[in-house]
Design a protein around this ligand. Structure first.
Ligand code: ATP
Ligand code: MG
Ligand code: MG
Ligand code: MG
Length: 460
């Protein structure tokens, strides 16, 4: 089944069950400063869950474009390392606003997977939140799933939150077992982050609104929010294990490979480029331009990462912008706005490539030299800072390179250098020079580890 057919089958299934088909919203959340980019199908319904907004329907279904490259849900560091994470992906979802609850949500999902898509039940694994006896009973007594493919998990896995505040609740998740050829434990096992058992669908029982002080306030009506990654279910149905082997990616990978002079389609850097062209193009199509703060800086970080991976594959001239055409070929039909935006996206990317090209090579030489002279396994704060400040290397870009060499970053040292620079800026200001224009560091990304790149400009 092609990805586009899966998308249609999903929306039509839920339409038949009384759901309104609602178009994807923009990647730029409307009026929600708590969110960097749309990260789930439920975002556009946030106020409906909170009871602040009424719609003409109480059931909805959508295929939502999402980006997870910062904030609470950040998969930037996973791209290139797992078979299942992208910065940009599509989330298929069905929603109930005070209409049906756990029973129907579970039955719809199970029926869609096993009857509509005809997935064998023995390949599916289910998890519930450890205290959710009600969901557990529905799975055992009404759906009749096998006890041996079932786990009860805690807050980290089975309590879903949109962000630090906002709608949240316990969830139940469905995993697909890609078989013993792939490493990884079942959900709850010590190595359950492997890629054998891949989470395909999350059913969230929206019951609370998390306040800024952490307190959980009950929602006016218990509701349902589900999300299934289109690329992950496509991998299952197309009999491939890795998301990058599905139809949506193969065409882009092929074209990117041609542009770069013939790179193996399973090359990690090529996969990163194929992932990043999707997020960058959609983010630009939704109106963001690269800049030094907030969303624009996240975009810039993703673009520069892609450029560096191209450089690693031997690119000597701008290449990234050339893959936009391949993306439009595979996704333009589902997203006509991408077609309209194509020329603008290409121009924006080309400009960024030309600009970064001026410092990338020099910065790489500085980093290579620093690495060659390392005595331990830690890249110094001074080097990270110089790369950031003089050569335009976002910290996560430096980290991406360090990680390939099994090196780590001295982030505390980097922070000290940043502070010194800020202090110098303040001193100069005393003498009447406005260094704010020159430094422009206020939205700089604070890199705090592999899976937490928080954008300081995000919540403010
Ligand atoms: P994982 O544990 O694999 O990181 P998740 O629990 O963070 O996934 P959810 O927040 O539950 O994901 O999102 C709902 C669904 O969206 C997931 O079950 C998965 O199918 C899909 N999904 C989530 N993150 C990604 C991603 N980065 N790339 C592709 N699909 C994703
Ligand atoms: Mg995740
Ligand atoms: Mg998960
Ligand atoms: Mg999940």
């Amino acid at each position: 089944m092609k990805s586009s057919e899966i998308r249609t089958a999903f929306l039509n299934f839920f339409k038949r069950h009384g759901h309104e088909i609602v178009p994807s919203s923009s990647l730029i959340p409307a009026d929600d400063p708590t969110l960097l980019f749309t990260n789930a199908g439920m975002n556009q319904f946030k106020d409906v869950f909170l009871g602040r907004e009424k719609r003409t329907y109480t059931r909805a279904t959508s295929s939502q474009r999402c980006v997870r490259a910062g904030g609470k849900h950040n998969d930037l560091e996973n791209v290139g390392y797992t078979a299942r994470h992208h910065t940009f992906f599509e989330m298929l979802g069905n929603f109930s606003f005070g209409d049906y609850f756990k029973r129907d949500a579970i039955k719809f999902a199970w029926t869609f997977l096993t009857e509509e898509l005809k997935l064998p039940a023995e390949k599916l694994w289910v998890t519930v939140y450890k205290d959710d006896k009600e969901a557990e009973d529905i799975w055992f007594n009404e759906v009749g799933i096998d006890q041996t493919r079932f786990s009860r998990l805690g807050e980290k896995d089975n309590f879903w939150s949109m962000g630090d505040t906002g709608p949240c609740g316990p969830c139940t998740e469905i995993f697909y077992d890609h078989g013993p050829d792939v490493a990884g434990d079942p959900p709850g096992g010590p190595n359950d982050d492997g890629d054998r058992y891949i989470e395909i669908w999350n059913l969230v029982f929206m019951q609370f609104n998390r306040q800024a002080n952490g307190e959980l306030e009950p929602l006016p009506k218990p509701s349902v929010d589900t999300g299934m990654g289109l690329e992950r279910i496509a991998a299952v149905l197309q009999n491939v294990h890795n998301n990058y082997d599905i139809d949506l990616f193969q065409h882009i990978l092929q074209k990117a490979s041609d542009i770069l002079g013939g790179v193996a389609l399973n090359n990690t850097s090529l996969r990163v480029i194929a992932d990043h062209i999707r997020s960058c193009s959609f983010i630009i199509a939704d109106g963001v331009i690269p800049s030094n703060e907030g969303r624009g800086y996240t975009l810039r970080r993703i673009i520069r990462r892609a450029i560096r991976h191209g450089n690693k594959l031997g690119a000597t001239e701008p290449f990234f912008y050339k893959s936009v055409a391949a993306l439009v070929e595979v996704m333009g039909e589902a997203y006509p706005e991408l077609v309209t935006a194509q020329a603008g996206i290409e121009r924006t990317l080309l400009r960024e490539e030309e600009q970064f090209a001026r410092t990338l090579d020099k910065g790489m030489r500085v980093l290579e030299e620093a690495i060659a002279n390392l005595s331990g396994n830690e890249v110094s704060g001074h080097t990270i800072f110089t790369l950031y400040d003089t050569y335009g290397f976002p910290v996560d870009l430096t980290n991406d390179i360090a990680r390939e060499r099994n090196l780590i970053l001295d982030l505390a040292g980097y922070e000290r250098e940043m502070e010194k620079q800020r202090e110098a800026g303040r001193q100069h200001n005393k003498f009447g020079t406005d260094y704010n224009n020159v430094l422009d560091i206020k939205g700089a990304s604070a890199f705090t580890g592999y899976d937490r790149v928080t954008d300081q400009a995000e919540i403010t």
